[in-house]
Structures are given as structure tokens and as C-alpha cells.
Design a protein around this ligand. Structure first.
Ligand code: NAI
Length: 256
């Protein structure tokens, strides 16, 4: 199925993990893809070569999405490289763990700048592009089950993903008249580098798996499948909501 032939997609934070899986999925389905990370690396070079080998126009643009200026430059460079953008996936995200009372301003700013300010201003630049080009568009934000579920010792992360829930609901109203849809994907525990410590620590992994009705961590390409659906014309009547891909974690029932 080539749902994205002739369309162009920007995926932020796509050097690895869920972002890289989204980039692969879009390229496989015929899209031109702009991948992004803070800087070029062996990983970004290898991913770019893999995407280009699928026959689409694919480029890498370096940018730290955490400032408004860099967000605007990222979109401008992506458009310059690839001509036009139809889909934006706000995937870049970080988490920092600490007791609430020990959380530093530096860690708080890193999480909020990357996870909220980044998507806010990259989306703003994307919307300006769509308006100027008189084109419709689709935005998919990578939220988390923690836009809803508490996660003690990750207060800044929970606050950032909670903010994304409300941002998406609000923008769905403001962007609909422009023909731009916006939705959140909320993964549960996915096997990516962000969870390396968890995956390498059986005493943490086992109790988590026991809480997940489907009994395992998710895979990045299972998240990418949902992202691609929401970005596609098949989801033409879908905007302003969050879709969970979490093996049932957010609705798990415990008798304890
Ligand atoms: P990851 O750590 O494997 O990848 C994150 C990517 O974002 C990397 O490519 C990194 O270079 C990039 N990045 C980080 N800060 C950036 C910045 N300021 N500018 C540009 N790029 C930046 O993480 P993973 O697991 O792939 O997560 C991707 C998204 O999914 C994040 O938003 C995360 O919060 C969310 N998520 C992940 C879950 C999981 O279990 N893996 C669960 C729920 C949500």
C-alpha cells in the first residue's frame, strides 16, 4: 500500500527509536522524508542511506527543536530541500527521572523545551508553510500514556505530555478551517533506546510486563503503523484526539 506517494513528511527526532521507525514506514509507503536530529551521526547517515535506497527523496536536517528559532529554521530547510511538506510528526522527546524535590531547573527546561516548546513552534512553522502554500496538512504528536497515567519521579515528563494533550485538543479547533488535522499518539512501554535500562533490568521489566494486558513491550514499528494511519487520508475525519498504542497498559485492571 503506498498511501503517501507524492507526499512529503518531516519526522523530528528520527535518528533512532520510534522516529526512525516512522521515517521507514513513510518511505516504504512512498513518501519523501525529512529526518532530523540534533546533529548528523553515523546513525542518521545509515538511516538516510536506507531511506534513499527505497527510491524516495530523503534528506537529513540537523536542528535542536527546543527553540523557536531552530524550529522555524528546521521547517524552512526541510521545505527548501524537498519542496513542500504535507505531514509533520512531532516525535523528538526526552525524559529525566528524579525525586520531585531534587529536580533541577536545567532538567525541567530540557524536558519542557524538547517535549512542548519544540512541537509548539515546529507546528507553528509547519502551519505557516501550509497557509503560504495553500495546502492541507496533518500533524501527529508523539505523546505518551503519561499524558494521562501518573509516573512518579517523572513529574516534568508527565507535565510535558499532559500539555501535549491540551495543545492538540486546542489546535484541532484552530487548524480545522485551514484543512489541517492534528492528533496525538500515546505509546506505552516501547522497546527503544530510551528504555534501555528497563530492558536490561529483569527486576524492573518483569513487573511492568505483568501490568500490560498483552504481556510484552511494544515495538517501534507498531507505533509507526498508527502514526501512518493518522497522517493518511484514511483518517480524513479524525482530529483533536489521542490514540493509545500500549498493549492495554492504560486500561489494565489489578485486583490488588
Ligand atoms: P529515543 O530516545 O530512542 O529517541 C528520541 C529521539 O529524539 C532521538 O533521535 C533523539 O536524538 C531525538 N531528540 C531528542 N531531543 C531532541 C531535540 N532537542 N531536537 C531534535 N531531536 C531530539 O526515544 P523513543 O523511545 O524513540 O521516543 C520517541 C518519542 O516517543 C518521545 O517523544 C517519547 O517521549 C515518546 N514515547 C516513548 C515511549 C517509549 O516507551 N519508548 C513511550 C511513550 C512515549
Amino acid at each position: 500500500m503506498a498511501r503517501f506517494t507524492g507526499r512529503s513528511v518531516l519526522v523530528t527526532g528520527s535518528s533512532q527509536g520510534i522516529g526512525a521507525a516512522c521515517a521507514r514506514r513513510f518511505a516504504k509507503e512512498g513518501a519523501n522524508v525529512v529526518i532530523n536530529g540534533r546533529k548528523e551521526s553515523e546513525e542518521t547517515k545509515a538511516l538516510l542511506a536506507e531511506l534513499q535506497a527505497m527510491g524516495q527523496r530523503c534528506v537529513f536536517v540537523a536542528a535542536d527543536v527546543g527553540t523557536a528559532a531552530a524550529a522555524a529554521t528546521l521547517v524552512a530547510q526541510a521545505v527548501e530541500a524537498i519542496g513542500v511538506l504535507d505531514v509533520l510528526v512531532n516525535n523528538a522527546g526526552v525524559e529525566r527521572s528524579s525525586d520531585f524535590w531534587d529536580t533541577t531547573e536545567e532538567d525541567y527546561d530540557l524536558v519542557m523545551d524538547t517535549n512542548v516548546k519544540g512541537p509548539f513552534f515546529v507546528t507553528q512553522a509547519f502551519v505557516k508553510h501550509c497557509r503560504a502554500a495553500a495546502r492541507k496538512g496533518a500533524v501527529v504528536n508523539m505523546s505518551s500514556v503519561h499524558e494521562e497515567l501518573a509516573f512518579p519521579h517523572f513529574a516534568s515528563y508527565c507535565a510535558s505530555k499532559g500539555a501535549m494533550r491540551m495543545l492538540t485538543r486546542d489546535l484541532a479547533n484552530e487548524l480545522a478551517p485551514l484543512g489541517i488535522r492534528i492528533n496525538n499518539v500515546a505509546p506505552g512501554a516501547i522497546a527503544t533506546p530510551i528504555n534501555r535500562h528497563l530492558m536490561d533490568t529483569p527486576e524492573l521489566l518483569r513487573p511492568l510486563q505483568a501490568k500490560i494486558p498483552l504481556g510484552r513491550l511494544g515495538q517501534a514499528d507498531e507505533v509507526a503503523a498508527l502514526v501512518a494511519f493518522l497522517a493518511s487520508e484514511e483518517a480524513a475525519y479524525v482530529t483533536g484526539s489521542t490514540y493509545f498504542v500500549d498493549g492495554g497498559l492504560s486500561v489494565s485492571y489489578s485486583e490488588q
